[in-house]
Design a protein around this ligand. Structure first.
Ligand code: DQA
Length: 146
């Protein structure tokens, strides 16, 4: 039976492709979802892919993942830098958490340098563009068979 991985995306990522393309590129979130599903198929991972602009929806999916998933790949977007609630939800997960940022948050404004998620993450990928999601899924697959 395929294991399940959640890929969660925070606010404004629904506008990927249109949103500040010089920073985030031209791929849409649908393109990212398609890459994640294709990668999941090669890795034996069933992908549940979600995006929301609402903090509580991301928290509810993290709770769902606790019951159903072998790991989470998450780009919390702006909630990375603000959300104790997402930190607390992830702290209840006892599987690998891979944090992804399309841009290199460390090269940008100082307020993007702190993440409430990184202290809980098995790994962090930033600045690899949308390819970061695919790399994170490969890492997740390695961690869950190890
Ligand atoms: C982001 C970086 C965050 O600082 C920003 O708020 C985002 C996207 C990224 O993928 O590079 O919305 O998480």
């Amino acid at each position: 039976m395929a294991r399940t991985a959640f890929v969660l995306n925070g606010p404004n990522l629904n506008l990927l492709g249109k949103r500040e393309p010089t920073i985030y590129g031209h791929e849409t979130l649908a393109d990212v979802e398609a890459s994640c599903r294709a990668t999941g198929a090669t890795l034996g991972l069933e992908i549940r892919f979600h995006q929301s602009n609402r903090e509580y929806e991301l928290i509810d999916w993290i709770h769902e993942a606790r019951e159903a998933a072998c790991g989470i790949v998450i780009n919390p977007a702006a909630f990375t830098h603000t959300s104790v609630a997402i930190h607390d939800a992830l702290a209840m997960c006892d599987f690998p958490i891979l944090e992804v940022h399309i841009s290199n948050i460390h090269k940008r404004e100082a307020f993007r340098h702190h993440s409430y998620v990184s202290s809980l993450a098995s790994g962090v990928i930033a600045g690899f563009g949308t390819q970061g999601y695919v790399l994170a899924l490969h890492r997740l697959a390695t961690l869950v068979v190890a």
